[in-house]
Design a protein around this ligand. Structure first.
Ligand SMILES: [Zn+2]
Length: 282
């Protein structure tokens, strides 16, 4: 996810258009000789699919009832029910590139800091936008980024760790109950070497570039522990999100959690070990 990028960054500047026109004019006399002189990449806009909150733009024909789109629509209800938050009708604009090279060219030009990412979400004052390409991990990528869209359309100013932890939870296929096996394996091996979860430390990370792969995994573990263990923990998270939604800020969740469960980090490690054992047995 990329936070609060300027609206102007969403669109190619005027000189970019001029450059493209110059290429087009320069190519006219050469015709076939211009095969390697590509025009500047642009957003896919050739097809549109509007379903509930999602408006999908793609540079290839996407079937109206594609199961991935259906899954993204169902995800909206899953997020709302599990977190006890309302749904919004604010559109989430999803730009899908068929070709990874075109995607990276476009992102490199307009979002150079995010060039290495397979997909990302952008919130501005007026738009919620997802960019992705149709690769092997597109389903996971879209579930992750569209989750950001659903959350940001109803909850302002989400803490980064929770925003990413929830997106990691909901990026898993439907029916997995948020179980992220790659994160379980990573954290289990770290725990065997003495690692301990520390929510207060995670809460201190407010910039995307501060978040490591381990941080994403830990954020997921906290969310999974809160949503999948006891009713009290799930209610604590739901109440936290309700305050965040109403007031655009809430006291650190680690304070409330430690007040009710002083050894919550140790219990989260137990939860991790149970998940790791279950995944080895399967
Ligand atoms: Zn994310």
């Amino acid at each position: 996810m990329a936070r609060r990028l300027l609206q102007s960054q969403l669109f190619p500047p005027a000189w970019s258009l001029l450059l493209r026109l110059t290429f087009a004019v320069a190519c006219l006399p050469l015709l076939f000789g211009c095969a390697n002189m590509r025009t500047a990449p642009s957003l896919p806009e050739e097809a549109q699919l509007a379903r509930e909150q999602l408006i999908v733009y793609s540079d290839f024909k996407l079937p109206k009832k594609h199961r991935l789109v259906e899954e993204l629509l169902a995800l909206r209800g899953d997020v709302s029910r599990l977190l006890d938050v309302p749904v919004s009708d604010e559109p989430i604009h999803v730009y899908l590139f068929e070709d990874a090279r075109k995607y990276h060219e476009y992102i490199g030009k307009h979002y150079p800091d995010l060039q290495d990412r397979r997909a990302f979400f952008v919130e501005t004052d007026t738009r919620l936008t997802v960019h992705a390409h149709w690769g092997d991990q597109v389903a996971e990528d879209l579930r992750h980024e569209v989750t950001h869209g659903y959350l940001h359309s109803v909850i302002p100013n989400m803490p980064l760790w929770l925003d990413e932890g929830l997106a990691e939870y909901f990026e898993t296929p439907r029916g997995w109950n948020g179980l992220h096996t790659a994160h379980v394996q990573l954290l289990d091996s770290l725990a065997n070497a003495g690692w301990q979860p520390n929510l207060a430390s995670l809460e201190g990370k407010t910039q995307l570039h501060e978040m490591t792969q381990q941080d994403y995994a830990e954020a997921w573990l906290w969310v999974h522990g809160l949503l999948s263990t006891t009713r009290e923990r799930r209610l604590l998270l739901q109440n936290y999100l309700a305050v965040q939604r109403d007031q655009a800020q809430a006291p650190a969740l680690s304070s409330a959690l430690l007040a009710s469960e002083p050894d919550v980090s140790g219990q989260l490690l137990d939860h991790l070990r149970q998940l790791a054992t279950a995944s080895r047995v399967e």
